[in-house]
Write a protein that binds this ligand. Structure first.
Ligand code: TEU
Length: 532
């Protein structure tokens, strides 16, 4: 068990629309990713997780899948994907794909067949149709979760209206996904990130639930889980999937995207016969406060240990405001709404400083860590994206009250002086890039001491050298403003206060998120790694 690659892996999320565009149409593609893979090797990641690339009307950035066994022509074809997987493997990078089992696109042939076949048909039984809405559940993106079709019936969609929820009580649905898993395992993928893993099974009575906040996850740690999330029946599905995955050679991995709390409830998704990892969103949502972070770290480690699974860590992904921006607000949390013109703007200098400190803390914790494309450049959120450019369905569905997630999905800057900052060969970019992208471009950072890119590279190399991902954490004496722990022979100290702090005698500095003071002390909002 301890020798599986994913136990301490650093896994880099690629959002294909925004990573690299090979043909200049303004939309990222698979060839673009293949061309840029050497940079990910240089960065030092162990694996790539690729967000959905399947044929899709792209109403929710590809999380609305019309065909689970193909590639959207916008991104390339199955041959391009095969070449990408091979190229990754040749570089020693594992390859994880995104699986979206909670819902299909309304353009999936199953849903079209369901509409044509009419009420009471086996085709409708693959989805959740009712004659009347049985409750007033709200969609995660805003508005009602039930939509009427021309013959009068209603279907459930926990997300966009174009994302009908599948009926996982129907064996046909289970068989179909078992087959989809095998389709991709046969093509050499190293695992799956499972979208909305807490949502597949609904309370059998579709019981009323009016509290919209909880639609974002099991937010009430004291009450029972809401009727649409974290139902007991999901676990049987993952036990079946584990058996399927384990029948293949190599240590392939199942990763749960489950907005479930508290941590021991989440740990149930990674019991020894279910999935292997689950994203640690409580860590992502913790505020920049030493006591709060220490508490989340302790609880996370204990929950993982309780079921023998490695703990995971994450600070950013394609659904949340980038951490370099979140941390630029006093008292901000991980789950802040999208930011736009007219909103209070972050202190970007403070945000980046704290983001670098937060990242160094995260990368020294035992377990596996997830990075989101662009954070290695220190990219902030695009916080002044024009509203008329927004594409996240949350913006329209919420009646323009939630700006949504476009701000973290802006195409990456690779070259400061090229059109579209080197995203592609033309100046096209499906979301407009802000002018500050030039400062953050990779070619402005490569080989530049102190750049965020070089900080990440050094951190990943040292993490590997000192086996930090496989280590144990021991807290050291803390003061109000300092969080310090040992992992093996490495001291990891974060100063949250304004006053610089001294290092223990004899500690040899390995890396720090900002330069130390002339007196060798650690300034505020800095994390330091030192050999003891
Ligand atoms: O996200 C699941 C989820 O709960 C999010 O929708 C979250 O509530 C939302 O992003 C608000 O921050 C997954 C994917 O990561 C997301 O991109 C998809 O939109 C969603 O599922 C539907 O497939």
């Amino acid at each position: 068990m301890s020798d599986v690659w994913w136990r301490d892996a650093v896994i880099y999320q690629v959002y294909p629309r925004s990573f690299a565009d090979s043909d200049g149409d303004g939309m990222g593609d698979l060839r673009g990713i293949t061309e840029r893979l050497p940079q990910l090797k240089e960065l030092g990641v162990d694996a790539v997780w690729l967000s959905p690339f399947y044929p899709s009307p792209q109403r929710d950035g590809g999380y609305d899948v019309a065909d689970y066994r193909d590639v959207d022509p916008r991104f390339g074809d199955l041959d391009d994907l095969g070449k990408l997987i091979t190229a990754a493997h040749e570089l020693g990078i594992r390859f994880i794909v995104d699986l979206v089992p909670n819902h299909t696109s309304s353009e999936h042939q199953w849903f079209r067949a369901a509409l044509n076949a009419g009420p009471g048909s086996p085709e409708r039984a693959r989805y959740i149709f009712r004659d009347e809405p049985p409750n007033s559940w709200q969609s995660v993106f805003g508005g009602p979760a039930w939509q009427q079709v021309p013959d009068g019936q209603w279907y459930l969609h926990l997300f966009d209206v174009s994302q009908p929820d599948l009926n996982w009580d129907n064996p046909e649905v289970r068989d179909e996904f078992a087959d989809i898993l095998r389709f991709w395992l046969d093509r050499g993928v190293d695992g799956f990130r499972v979208d909305v893993a807490h949502g597949l099974i609904k309370d059998p009575g579709l019981a009323e639930y009016t509290y919209r906040g909880a639609v974002l996850g099991g937010l009430d740690p004291l009450g029972p889980p809401p009727p649409m999330w974290d139902q007991e029946g999901v676990h049987e599905i993952y036990r079946q999937w584990r058996r399927i995955v384990e029948a293949y050679p190599g240590d392939r991995v199942l990763v749960a995207e489950a907005w479930v709390s508290p941590a021991d409830r989440l740990a149930r998704y990674v019991r020894s016969d279910e999935m292997n990892q689950a994203f640690n969103f409580e860590y992502m949502e913790a505020r920049w406060l030493p006591a709060e972070l220490r508490q989340v770290i302790d609880v996370s480690l204990a929950a993982g240990d309780g079921v023998g699974a490695p703990t995971t860590w994450v600070l950013s992904n394609h659904d949340v405001v980038r951490h370099a921006t979140r941390l630029g607000y006093e008292g901000s949390r991980g789950r802040m709404p999208g930011i736009g013109v007219g909103d209070p703007q972050p202190d970007t200098g403070l945000g980046l400083r704290r983001a670098r400190a937060a990242t160094l803390q995260m990368l020294a914790l035992p377990g596996s860590a997830y990075l989101y494309q662009g954070e290695e450049l220190g990219l902030p959120e695009h916080t002044t994206l024009p509203d008329d450019a927004r594409q996240d369905p949350a913006w329209e569905r919420s009646g323009h009250t939630e700006r949504g997630r476009d701000g973290c999905r802006v195409p990456l800057p690779w070259e400061a002086d090229a059109p579209s900052y080197g995203f592609g060969p033309s100046d096209r970019s499906w979301l407009p890039q802000p002018a500050v992208w030039a400062e953050y471009a990779l070619d402005r950072q490569q080989g530049v001491a102190g750049s965020t890119w070089e900080l990440y590279r050094s951190a990943l190399a040292l993490r590997r050298e000192h086996h930090l991902g496989l280590g144990d954490l021991t807290w050291l004496d803390e003061t109000k403003d300092v969080l310090a722990f040992r992992n093996g022979q490495v001291l990891v100290l974060t100063n949250f206060g304004a006053e610089p702090v001294s290092l223990p005698l004899g500690a040899r500095v390995l890396l720090s998120s900002e330069p130390l003071g002339d007196d060798g002390r650690v300034p505020g909002d800095v994390t330091l790694w030192a050999a003891l």
